[in-house]
Design a protein around this ligand. Structure first.
Ligand SMILES: Nc1nc2c(ncn2[C@@H]2O[C@H](COP(=O)(O)OP(=O)(O)OP(=O)(O)O)[C@@H](O)[C@H]2O)c(=O)[nH]1
Length: 217
């Protein structure tokens, strides 16, 4: 990628060819995970996305490079209409965001979940709930206990964080890393399943695989 195109007869040989092969193989092997960020307008979706290295980052999990692509969506209806199909297409994970200082943004989550389900996002697609703006301690309207109950009921993990507080940047990072780990764990199960169908693996080892990925969450 990015290098000159070589005419037939000018192909590199020896170590140069091996290097080219290795980098091509590595390039082709990088899997891309698409994560979308959803929630009311002004809850901090764009700020959270930017905290995660401007929205795209290649991470290494268990020796495998994975490109995590975060799609920031618009909360306002008038901006969403034309784009919404595009956002949900082939999505690998979903992050629902609310503002801990705005109860309405929390109660509206039901509507966002319905929208997500309405776009046929399969149930196995991992979803997490993020309560943003925790730095505004005096203005908190959504108690953690209520959010946790909601997250449990919808089979999601809950993260409370702040996209503005630099001390929380590690926490923001761990939201995306957690999803990347889960996705990688899912994919390796898929690969094992395919190998099993081809008679290469005798038994599926779900627990062992999950442990191997040492997910931070
Ligand atoms: N105090 C505080 N303000 C935040 C935080 N995250 C975002 N903001 C502010 O909240 C406002 C909205 O942030 P955005 O990231 O644009 O929100 P959004 O959800 O992308 O909004 P839409 O694009 O309208 O859907 C901005 O003024 C941000 O500076 C946070 O963690 N703490």
């Amino acid at each position: 990628r990015g290098g000159p195109l070589l005419a037939p007869g000018m192909q590199p040989s020896g170590p140069a060819a091996a290097e080219l092969d290795a980098s091509l193989e590595q390039y082709l092997r990088v899997r891309i995970f698409k994560i979308i960020v959803i929630g009311d307008s002004n809850v901090g979706k764009t700020c959270l996305t930017f905290r995660f290295c401007g929205g795209e980052k290649t991470v290494e999990i268990e020796g495998e490079k994975i490109k995590v692509q975060v799609w920031d969506t618009a909360g306002q209806e008038r901006f969403r209409k034309s784009m919404v199909e595009h956002y949900y297409r082939n999505v690998h994970a979903v992050i629902f965001v609310y503002d801990v200082t705005k109860m309405a943004s929390f109660t509206n989550l039901k509507m966002w979940i319905e929208e997500c389900n309405g776009h046929a996002v399969p149930p196995f697609v991992p979803k997490v709930l993020v309560g943003n703006k925790c730095d505004l301690r005096e203005q908190i309207q959504v108690p953690s206990s209520v959010a946790l109950k909601f997250a449990d009921a919808h089979n999601m993990l809950l993260f409370e964080t702040s996209a503005k507080d630099p001390k929380e940047s590690q926490n923001v990072e761990s939201i995306f890393m957690c999803l990347a780990c889960r996705l990688k764990a899912q994919k390796s199960l898929l690969y094992r399943d395919m190998e099993r169908q081809q008679g290469k693996v005798q038994k599926l080892e779900f627990t062992q695989d999950a442990n191997k990925n040492s997910c931070p969450c």
